[in-house]
Design a protein around this ligand. Structure first.
Ligand code: GDD
Ligand code: MN
Length: 369
């Protein structure tokens, strides 16, 4: 019988395609394509956006590679999706052409996907065993970006911007059918967000990210702007603020309705009612798609508990700002804002925190040997 635990056998059971988006990567492709050929993958797709550096000369030099040249379109992730649309393999690997991603671990990533029955395996710099060897400025951008995404979306995946991934057939077919995925770098987050929301199984595999070998990164300021816009519009922060504002109305409304009866009790009722309405709105709307770590009663209890803390934070900030020279109303307003930020952090990481990704370092090790 074939021992499926042996990497070479697992891998042989499935067909694998590889998709490489390229823009001006002639020199890198010259080195990469022969290396990929040695891996004996089923098919290699290069989706090139009409590069100006002579990439098209490679079409004749590598007849076994499927080149697609897009004339009127640009975008890293839209190029990846174009490749997925052509692919007919059990798994598709997506990677950069610039040697930031080590082709020699592709087999292990595929095996990991098979063994864990994952729909996407994200090559991760930010889990145990992973490493980001990029230059400092890019490391900072990447860390900030990943932290922001984790607050606004899914804390369960650590490296949400990574471009080195394995997709199962059902996952990449699903993605191919989606028409509104962001075309540029932001699309990496968009894709993961959609897969997680639709219950596709995601896992991470440690990678050692290297600075690119030749040429320059295509990441532009515009991509960073797109990214922030995506987080702001699709993330949960905006919803969280709206829920907070609705809570003010609940609290003031009840106080208004009940104050003639007893102004103290009316205020307490108003506050607790707004804490509770905030909870349910956040639970059913803001954090609807979260795979919650805690049960509903525990979330409700935690939410109540963390609703006390902002009062203290608000007061402490007020005192500090006021003593620091701020006008008293301004000091209080800033105090409210700071307290709200704290509250958001507790909510997004704790109360509505997600189940941790099951990561299997032993399995990774066994695949490496
Ligand atoms: N077809 C096409 N069209 N390919 C593109 C485009 C485009 O508009 N822009 C970039 N590429 C290709 C590059 O030629 C390269 O093969 C790959 O996409 C990655 O581009 P880089 O310019 O090297 O990106 P990076 O190193 O800044 O970003 C990488 O790391 C990020 C994580 O920090 C990518 O893997 C990103 O996806 C990832 O988010
Ligand atoms: Mn790169």
């Amino acid at each position: 019988m074939v021992d499926l635990m042996k990497p070479e056998n697992m891998f042989r059971e499935s067909t694998v395609g590889i998709v490489i988006p390229t823009y001006n990567e002639y020199h890198n492709l010259m080195d990469l394509l022969p290396q990929l050929r040695d891996l004996e993958l089923h098919s290699i797709y290069v989706v090139d956006d009409d590069s100006k550096d002579g990439t098209n000369q490679l079409i004749d030099m590598f007849p076994d590679v499927k080149f697609f040249v897009r004339k009127n379109e640009r975008g890293l992730v839209s190029a990846e999706l174009e490749g997925m649309r052509r692919a007919e393999n059990d798994y598709v690997v997506v990677m950069d052409a610039d040697f930031s991603h080590n082709p020699n671990i592709i087999k292990n990533m595929i095996n990991y996907a098979i063994k864990t029955q994952s729909d996407v395996v994200v090559g991760s710099r930010y889990i145990k065993g992973g490493y980001n060897g990029d230059k400092l400025s890019r490391k900072i951008i990447s860390t900030v970006a990943n932290k922001l995404v984790n607050l606004a979306f899914h804390p369960s995946v650590k490296d949400v911007t990574s471009g080195f991934r394995v997709y199962s057939k059902r996952a990449y077919k699903f993605l191919s059918s989606q028409t509104t995925i962001k075309a540029g770098y932001t699309g990496q987050v968009d894709i993961l967000e959609r897969l997680i929301t639709n219950n596709y199984k995601c896992s991470e595999f440690p990678i050692d990210f290297k600075p690119r070998e030749k040429g320059d990164s295509k990441l532009k300021i515009k991509d960073i702007k797109d990214f922030f816009f995506f987080i702001a519009s699709k993330g949960n922060f905006f919803k969280y603020i709206l829920v907070g504002i609705s809570g003010v109305f609940v609290s003031e409304g009840l106080l208004f309705a009940l104050h003639t009866f007893n102004p103290y009790i009316a205020d307490i009722v108003g506050i607790e009612a707004s804490i509770t309405s905030n909870f349910f709105l956040n639970d059913l709307w803001t954090f609807k798609n979260r795979k919650k770590r805690f049960g509903i009663y525990k979330r409700l209890a935690m939410h109540n508990f963390f609703s006390l803390i902002p009062g203290i934070v608000n007061f402490a900030s007020y005192i500090m700002l006021y003593v620091g020279g701020f006008e008293y109303l301004m000091a209080n307003f800033l105090g409210i804002a700071i307290a709200y930020l704290f509250r958001y952090l507790f909510s997004t990481t704790l109360v509505w925190g997600e189940k941790k990704q099951k990561f299997d370092p032993k399995l990774v090790e066994s695949l490496e040997n």
